[in-house]
Design a binder for this molecule. Structure first.
Ligand SMILES: Nc1ncnc2c1ncn2[C@@H]1O[C@H](COP(=O)(O)OP(=O)(O)OP(=O)(O)O)[C@@H](O)[C@H]1O
Length: 455
């Protein structure tokens, strides 16, 4: 394992020890080893000495470990918790000492139902820096957190990766609990929803599972796109959201795309979700990113970062706040560990791998927005079914640019353009290539878009 991963793991372990208390940490997390990183999937591999421990940690701490990793090393997307090779799987487990079971109440910010995941302490409204890219979503989130009569029963927040969806969901949970400490707030990722549902089916206790969900005053479900394609879970999820809303409880959902682009997600779910308030988080502009950096620095009293380095980070990490935050944390941590002062050269050296990566990061959303602005059409036309030339051509240009400027596959690009088939994307690319030769006006449009996007 390379230095940055070891250093991050050390920092994460220290944070977990502090948050969970020494007893729980020593029993369950201390024996865990960092064994690898699968670059393609962005997956960190962690290992425990037995299957029992691996199962337990996976069930109770995987979300927490995932947040911690993602917040510390931007290239991490997932974590894999496994038992060491050769670990035995006992047929029967007898737990002799009651104190080996982790007392979940020790987790700070624990929601009141055990099937949910604890709320992360630092994901509160006060730590969420607002700007034009996110203020509508932020205000909507504040409104959902207010325990008075809500204007909408559900809120759906969509955004690309690392732009603050999870942070806002947790912040809603914290604020709701602050105003109404006895209420039942349930936060879970859609993956956890599926996991709990399948476990409940296996244990023949789906009724208990449903009751727990429906007793939530506020249900927060993160990354709902993961439910796509899992039919039994979708069905259950659909009934749950219907009942939660019908019973006057609140529901907040996040996803990486708007409801109508959920693809394999049941149409009924998509339209139910679209019926509430739908809002997005966009990429922060430079001034906003600067304010985020200074907010984060203000919370690291030990950090001594000159303004030019803070500006350099804000300029260079534009695609996601997670990346920006990860870069900042890394520079500060390395300077403290190596006892070297921070300057631009130090930041460049410490972040060399990320800087190479960040230079080429252009998102499909950014491409679509630039194309719409260039041609003066609405963003919704990128995903609409309309075939009129004035929207179809810009859409084709955007698909062409998406293939050229992002590492996305053809099916992925099709999906981001209103669930179109990959053959439509192939056709668009071919057509724009031909037109760039035959039509100088279109060619100059493409050139100026390329210049703008690559600058
Ligand atoms: N506006 C903001 N102000 C301060 N911090 C932010 C803001 N937006 C995001 N962050 C921070 O960036 C990191 C990534 O945010 P978060 O995990 O909420 O993103 P996400 O949209 O849920 O990403 P993913 O889709 O990959 O799960 C978090 O540490 C979060 O605190």
């Amino acid at each position: 394992m390379s230095g940055p991963f070891e250093a991050a793991w050390e920092a994460i372990r220290n944070g977990l020890r502090r948050d969970l208390g020494a007893r729980t940490f020593d029993h369950w997390l201390k024996p865990m080893k960092l064994t690898g990183f699968e670059e393609e999937k962005g997956m960190v591999q962690l290992e425990l000495p037995s299957h029992f421990m691996a199962d337990w940690v996976r069930e109770h701490y995987s979300d927490r470990l995932r947040y911690a990793w993602r917040a510390t090393v931007p290239s991490v997307r997932e974590i894999d918790i496994a038992a060491a090779a050769g670990a035995s799987r006992p047929a029967l487990f007898i737990v002799g000492e009651e104190d080996v079971l982790p007392p979940t109440e020790q987790l700070t910010g624990t929601t009141s139902d055990s099937i949910g995941t604890p709320l992360e302490n630092r994901y509160v409204f006060a730590n969420f820096v607002t700007g034009t890219a996110n203020e509508v979503a932020f205000n909507a989130a504040r409104m959902m957190a207010d325990t008075g009569v809500p204007m909408f029963s559900s809120l759906y927040i969509h955004a690309g990766t690392g732009l603050g969806k999870t942070h806002l969901l947790h912040a809603i949970g914290h604020e709701f609990l602050r105003q109404k400490p006895r209420s039942n707030v349930l936060y879970m990722s859609a993956e956890k929803f599926m996991y709990e549902f399948v476990s409940a089916m296996r244990e023949r206790d789906t009724i208990g599972f449903k009751q727990k969900l429906r007793s939530a005053d506020l249900l927060l479900v993160d990354d709902v796109q993961f439910i796509a394609g899992k039919e039994a879970t979708q069905e259950e999820f659909f009934h749950t959201i219907n009942e939660i809303i019908a019973a006057g409880h609140r529901l907040v959902i996040s996803a990486d795309r708007p409801p109508h682009e959920l693809g394999a997600v049941d149409k009924r779910i998509a339209s139910r979700l679209a019926g509430g308030l739908v809002t997005d988080l966009r990429q922060a502009d430079l001034d906003h990113r600067r304010r985020i950096v200074s907010h984060k620095l203000a919370q690291m009293p030990q950090a001594n970062m000159p303004q030019d380095v803070a500006d350099f980070l804000a300029q260079r990490f534009s695609a996601s706040i997670r990346e920006l935050e990860g870069a900042l944390t890394r520079v500060v941590a390395y300077s403290l560990l190596s006892k070297r002062p921070i300057d631009i050269a130090f930041a460049q050296e410490t972040l060399a791998d990320l800087l190479r990566h960040s230079q080429r990061r252009i998102t499909i959303d950014e491409i679509q927005r630039s194309v719409c602005e260039h041609y003066g059409i609405r963003h919704a036309e990128m995903t609409s079914a309309r075939r009129a030339r004035e929207v179809a051509r810009p859409r084709q240009v955007a698909m062409y640019l998406a293939k050229r400027l992002t590492p996305r596959s053809l099916p992925e690009i099709g999906r981001r353009f209103g669930g179109r088939d990959h053959t439509t994307v192939i056709h668009a690319i071919k057509r724009i290539k031909e037109l760039r030769v035959a039509d100088s006006e279109l060619d100059s449009d493409v050139r100026s878009l390329l210049r703008k996007l690559e600058s």
